[in-house]
Design a protein around this ligand. Sequence first.
Ligand code: PDD
Length: 276
Amino acid sequence: TLAFFNGEFLPTDSLVIPIDERGHQFGDGVYEVIKIYDGTPFLMREHLVRLENSAKAIRLEMPYSIERFEELIQEGLTRAQLRDAQVYVQITRGIATRLHSFPDVPPSTSMTFRPSKSLTEETFNTGIKVALLEDERWYNCYIKSLNLLPNILAKQAAADRGCFEAVLVRDGYITEGSSTNTYAVKDGVVYTHPANKRILNGITRAAVLQVAQESGIEVREEAFTSEFLLAADEAFLTSTTAEVLAITHVDDTVIGTGTPGPVVRQLHAKFRKLIG
Ligand code: PDD
């Protein structure tokens, strides 16, 4: 597979990052994951705008304009000859002798271009199990930061229990998943945590909420408790890689009928139409 670092495209295996790269030493950067369906990047502009907002939030200058990023991504896809892919884009505060305060060096850009590892249709049809875990992250979860240690630990704890995802709870309220946004459906209304500093404002989330509104499904961007989730008629999660995925079990509790419900199925079908 193909990768990119600071202006150069190289095979992923031969690309080496300097030891003093700040992404490596400090996690001092931000990132995006963009999915490519049949040669077309999906919601790429939205992802790059969020990258720019994440960069601004950590006082990092964008190495390229959004338009230039779009060109580089297209070039990478052409070089890698990929039609169904996922592109990882990361920008950091550059390469400099290790010192916490900001160095006076240009930012770095890394990208990888890989075949997409999509979920099987069977997974969408059966739904998945999640584990509830304490949200131990910081208070700026709206930034798509490279610092993912709490997310990784939660995801692994969930995996150790045979779960697909960790759903995070802060002060009794569900925030989001370790790498997904979380939703509960009760009496036909879709509930999800408001897009404030406690969650990442998912690009898929925005698209799905739009689809729901266009379908006449009421959406309430309100935090809900873990008890509310356990008693929901349906639950689901969203992300660039997981699309719209039914949650059928939360730890040992069965959600609704234990199969993907009508609201989740309708939202996923309509979301797929957006993709083309
Ligand atoms: N994760 N919440 C968190 C904490 C995330 O890391 C992600 C994305 C989402 C969903 O956002 P979007 O719909 O824009 O993908 C929500 C990516 C896919 C990742 O880290 O791999």
